[in-house]
Each structure stands twice: as structure tokens, then as C-alpha cells.
Design a protein around this ligand. Structure first.
Ligand code: TXA
Ligand code: MG
Length: 349
């Protein structure tokens, strides 16, 4: 069945105004109506755009898996409007989850807790736990409250592709597979939430993200287990955390010797895109003269780098390059989440 492209409805309002203006409210109403009949709506969050369906409607959630081409073994995060809604969906509310939610919600951290009876099997891939998050985006929380149900929402991209940080990225990746896109502007954090398993002691980080291990430890008052390095084997890995994930179509190389690598690629006639923070470097300036090279200057700070990373990869994917090269980030706690995403993006096909 060929479906039309989904409408993109803009729904933003000034920080000072509590309530959305009529056009934004109309967009929210339309989204509520689509969700109510089991449809799929792409929504902004502060991390990346999500592909939302009514989390309590197993048929609707099945539509998310179909649209993304997502393996049924990969559970989905459920988005809530507040802590009260989260607690209604959990069979228990562990102290670590309570501490994290109290300190960081709404925000870019997801807690994995024992699953309550209202959550359908398909959401958790049949598992005994559910992942819950309250997003720091007014439009997302308004929509959840207006719909009156929690929203299951993985990132709004085809499985294994780079997550979207603008409505346009969603349209490119999922196009006529979904019903509606809500435009709440570009995402601020730019990478997916930190996921933390609160059903084990000590709690364990399953996916590094915008919120650091140190910040989480300060909130829960105990040390938490580190995420495993991307690509490592081990039973505790989060389901769905395959080594290759978040990958652009163009092959990506993560290199400590990026300048030499780029020079060699150019020498062999390749067209190269290079993400680098070292734009003052004389070697970089020398290579910049090549017409086969697109240099993308990247911020030197990890949060700013993360905020721009996916949009940069989406843009370079449009340029018919043979290779994307990225400078190896510092081996530093601040860079853990960026390093994780880049390592996965570079994992061989
Ligand atoms: O920032 C985000 O978290 C975005 C926005 C849209 O909220 N969502 C997102 O969803 O990244 P997704 O589906 O692309 O990633 C969900 C991650 C996967 O790594 C999955 O394995 C893990 O969360 N996950 C979900 N439910 C889980 C569970 N019950 N136990 C362990 N891991 C779980
Ligand atoms: Mg994803």
C-alpha cells in the first residue's frame, strides 16, 4: 500500500507563554487523534525525534516495529508526562529510579524498572522490565498529557540508521511509513538518553548518554556499573545495543591519525568528509585545498559536539562521498557517549 507523505505540523511557542497558540494546539489535537486510532506520530524530544504510538495499544506499537524495520527483540522506551504516570506503569519503583527521576526528570535519562501489568509484551520484547523516560520538551509532555496515555517511542529512523534531530531527517528516513510529524524545532542534546537499569544492584548504565555516570552516582548516592564498551560481548548488554547502530550510509572511519588517513584517501582518488575540531592545524589547512574534501569544523566541547553530530552525518550522507573520517575523541568520561555512538557508526557492516 502506497501512503502519502505525512504532514509536518509546526508546534512551537515562546518560552514565556504557558499555553500553545491556536496553531500549535491544533497540531497537538491532530496528533492526539492519530494516536487514538493507533497511528504513528514523530515527536520532538530534547535528545532526538521519537516515533510515537500509544504504549498501551499492542497493535499500534507493532506498527512502530514495522515502520522502523526494528527487530522484535529490541524493547522500546515508554515516554511519560511525569513521575506519577511512570509509577503507574511500573510493578515497583526502586530507590535508584526514584532518585534519578526526582533529580533529572524531565530530562535525558531513561530508567529500566520492573514492568507493570498495563504494558503490553511487544513494548518490552517480552521481558520483565520496562524502560521509562520523561522528556524535557514541552511539546512532547503536552502531547502525552493530552493523549492521556504513555507513548512508546524509539528514535524516529529506520533501524540501525542515524537518529533524527530535525523533522526533515524523520521525513527522509521514514517518509510514507508514518502518519504525522510534529515539528518542535531541532533537538538540543542531539544524542539518545542515558539508559540505566535500576532493577539490579548496583544500578547499571546500559547506554551512555547526555547525563554522565558521575551525575547519576551523585543522585543515587552509590557507584553505578559502567556501560560496556561498544562492540564488547557480554550478557548484561542492553537488548538492541548491537555493535553497529547509528550508522550513516557512507562508511565512517574513526581515526587517531585522521590527517594522514584523509591524505591517503584523497591520494587514492576518494571523496572524503572530515569532522574535525583541529581547524587551525596547518596539516588540516593544507588538505583543505583539495576539492575532493569536505571539512566540517566541529566544536571542541563534548556536549556541543553531540548536539551537532547526527545533523552533520545526515548532511554528509547527502553529498555522495566515499568516506566520512572523524577524529578520535579524547579518552575522557565527558566524551563517553559520543565515543560510543562513533564507535558503533564505524563498526564494519
Ligand atoms: O533519547 C532517547 O532515549 C530516544 C528519544 C526518542 O526518547 N529514544 C531512543 O529509543 O533512543 P531507542 O528505541 O532508539 O533506544 C531504546 C534503547 C535501546 O538500546 C533498548 O535496548 C533500550 O533502550 N531498552 C528499552 N527497553 C529496555 C528494557 N526493558 N531493558 C533494557 N533496555 C531497554
Ligand atoms: Mg534508536
Amino acid at each position: 500500500m502506497v501512503r502519502p507523505l505525512p504532514p509536518i505540523l509546526r508546534a512551537v511557542w515562546p518560552a514565556g507563554a504557558v499555553d500553545p497558540p491556536p496553531d500549535a494546539q491544533a497540531a497537538i489535537d491532530r496528533a492526539v487523534e492519530v494516536l487514538g486510532r493507533g497511528g504513528l506520530v514523530a515527536i520532538p524530544t530534547e535528545t532526538v525525534y521519537g516515533l510515537a504510538a500509544d504504549a498501551l495499544d499492542a497493535e499500534a506499537v507493532a506498527g512502530i516495529f514495522r515502520a522502523k524495520g526494528r527487530p522484535a527483540t529490541n524493547p522500546i522506551i515508554v515516554h511519560v508526562a511525569d513521575v506519577a504516570m511512570a509509577r503507574e506503569l511500573a510493578a515497583a519503583w526502586p530507590p535508584a529510579a526514584a532518585a534519578i527521576a526526582a533529580r533529572f526528570w524531565p530530562g535525558p535519562v531513561t530508567v529500566v524498572v520492573p514492568r507493570g501489568p498495563r504494558i503490553p509484551d511487544i513494548v518490552t520484547a517480552g521481558g520483565p522490565t520496562v524502560a521509562l523516560r520523561c522528556p524535557d520538551h514541552r511539546l512532547a509532555r503536552r502531547l502525552i498529557a493530552a493523549a492521556g496515555v504513555p507513548l512508546a517511542a524509539p528514535s524516529a529512523n529506520r533501524s540501525e540508521a542515524v537518529s533524527p534531530t530535525t523533522p526533515h531527517h524523520v521525513l527522509e528516513s521514514l517518509g510514507n511509513r508514518i502518519d504525522l510529524i510534529l515539528d518542535g524545532g531541532p533537538c538540543r542534546a542531539g544524542i539518545e538518553s542515558t539508559v540505566i537499569d535500576c532493577t539490579v544492584s548496583p544500578p547499571r548504565i546500559l547506554r551512555p548518554g547526555p547525563l554522565s555516570q558521575a551525575a547519576i552516582e551523585a543522585a543515587v548516592g552509590e557507584s553505578v556499573a559502567r556501560p560496556e564498551a561498544a562492540g564488547s560481548a557480554g550478557p548484561a548488554r542492553s537488548p538492541g545495543q548491537q555493535p553497529r547502530h547509528y550508522a550513516p550510509r557512507t562508511p565512517l572511519d574513526l581515526r587517531g591519525d585522521a590527517a594522514a588517513h584523509v591524505a591517503a584517501l584523497l591520494e587514492s582518488g576518494k571523496r572524503v568528509g572530515w569532522l574535525t575540531s583541529r581547524t587551525d592545524d596547518s596539516e588540516v589547512r593544507r588538505l583543505a585545498a583539495s576539492r575532493s574534501l569536505v571539512i566540517v569544523p566541529m566544536p571542541a566541547g563534548s556536549a556541543e559536539f553531540a548536539s551537532r553530530l547526527y545533523a552533520t552525518l545526515h548532511a554528509l550522507d547527502q553529498r555522495q562521498l566515499d568516506r566520512i573520517v572523524v577524529d578520535e575523541p579524547p579518552v575522557d568520561e565527558d566524551w563517553r557517549a559520543v565515543r560510543d555512538r562513533l564507535t558503533r557508526a564505524a563498526a564494519s557492516r
